[in-house]
Write a protein that binds this ligand. Structure first.
Ligand SMILES: Cc1cc2nc3c(=O)[nH]c(=O)nc-3n(C[C@H](O)[C@H](O)[C@H](O)COP(=O)(O)OP(=O)(O)OC[C@H]3O[C@@H](n4cnc5c(N)ncnc54)[C@H](O)[C@@H]3O)c2cc1C
Length: 320
């Protein structure tokens, strides 16, 4: 069976969930071979094997952390040349998309970004994308070279499928041309303890209806009761009520969680563009005519300052 390279997103060997989703999708088109760059390959290999990686190609080099993405592209290219895979899958993060695009250029292949599903096809893997602010769903396949495909988080439920996960050392030579941009400092973001917005299975977002930064704890409390990430509309962000990093939409982050709860958000097309592929959408809005109600699975017409705290309490009670 053809091998499929899966680029591993991890923090010192702790594999992030989108990679496990990629392994699940990779098994539909071949045998997953994970590419792990940086420290912690042996730790990561356990999780990767549990989710179907037949092999883990591992490389560690100081250049991976000293420079921007180009040395990692060198490594992924080395893996590509060693394996001759049927496809290369990466998570649709900013870094994943940049690495994927650079690899595609180097190997003369087509690339599909932001896929939300993947299936085997007679002439190669077929990717589903949600385009034009989620107004259309398209299916496409790469017609030139080895398909390089980036997949959005939450596009598949990770499934356990134990495999060997044998760790093999990958020889990587970092080219001088890949050392063009050096990282000069790093400032870790303050942790909120909440999941990463683009990876979270549940997102609770607040909009202009939240009416002030001082009221956002109402949204945060619901998010925390559900173990969710917090999002915000651009109106809330522009007003300075919540950080820009939490903006959902066309000019913010694109999220595709299992559950998206929008409170005090009208549902402008630019907001929808970033959340319309969510599996279940719930809106709380006091205006029954708000456009957000056109796309919801469940809608609550009411004041968010009554509905959201009541919902938070109910979630807490049910979770015991
Ligand atoms: C180029 C461009 C890019 C953009 N990019 C983005 C983007 O990335 N993300 C984004 O979100 N927007 C984006 N916008 C802005 C977008 O057009 C809207 O202006 C914005 O989404 C509106 O935010 P909102 O829904 O929070 O506010 P509003 O449209 O003002 O809606 C507030 C809603 O809250 C409800 N409400 C008020 N009080 C309560 C209450 N107590 N309880 C319940 N409901 C209440 C109201 O009924 C209303 O429906 C962009 C615009 C442009 C032009």
């Amino acid at each position: 069976m053809a091998e499929v390279l899966v680029y591993v997103d991890h923090a010192d060997g702790a594999v992030r969930k989108p990679t496990l989703e990629l392994l699940t999708l990779a098994r539909r088109i071949g045998e997953p071979v994970a590419v792990h760059l940086g420290a912690g390959a042996d730790t990561a290999a356990v999780t990767l094997a549990e989710h179907g990686a037949v092999k883990v190609l591992a490389a560690d080099a100081p250049e991976f952390t000293e420079y921007l993405v180009a040395p990692k592209v060198d490594a992924l290219q080395a893996a590509y040349e060693a394996v001759s895979p049927a496809a290369v899958l990466l998570p649709s993060s900013a870094e994943g998309k940049e690495i994927g695009a650079r690899l595609a250029v180097r190997i003369g292949s087509g690339i599909i970004t932001d896929a939300v599903d993947l299936e085997a096809g007679d002439e190669g893997p077929v990717a589903t994308q949600s385009v034009f602010a989620a107004s259309f769903t398209t299916k496409s396949r790469v017609t030139t070279g080895t398909p390089v495909i980036t997949v959005k988080p939450n596009s598949a439920a990770p499934e356990a499928a134990p495999a060997a996960g044998t760790v093999e050392q990958l020889d990587v030579t970092v080219a001088d041309s890949s050392k063009g941009t050096k990282i000069v400092s790093r400032t870790p973001r303050e942790s909120t303890g909440r999941p990463e917005l683009t990876e979270a299975a549940i997102v609770v977002s607040g909009g202009r209806g939240v009416n002030g930064a001082e009221n956002f704890p109402v949204i945060e409390a619901l998010a925390d009761s559900l173990g969710a990430a917090v999002g915000a509309s651009r109106a809330a962000v522009d007003a300075g009520w919540y950080p820009h990093t939490n903006q959902v939409g066309q000019t913010g982050k694109s999220v595709s969680p299992q559950l998206y709860i929008a409170a005090g958000i009208s549902g402008a097309i630019q907001h929808r563009a970033g959340m319309q592929t969510s599996k279940t959408i719930v809106a709380i809005n006091k205006d029954a005519e708000a456009p957000i109600f056109e796309l919801v699975d469940y809608g609550v017409v009411g004041d968010l300052f009554h509905v959201v705290p009541a919902l938070t309490e109910e979630v807490k009670i049910r979770k015991g």
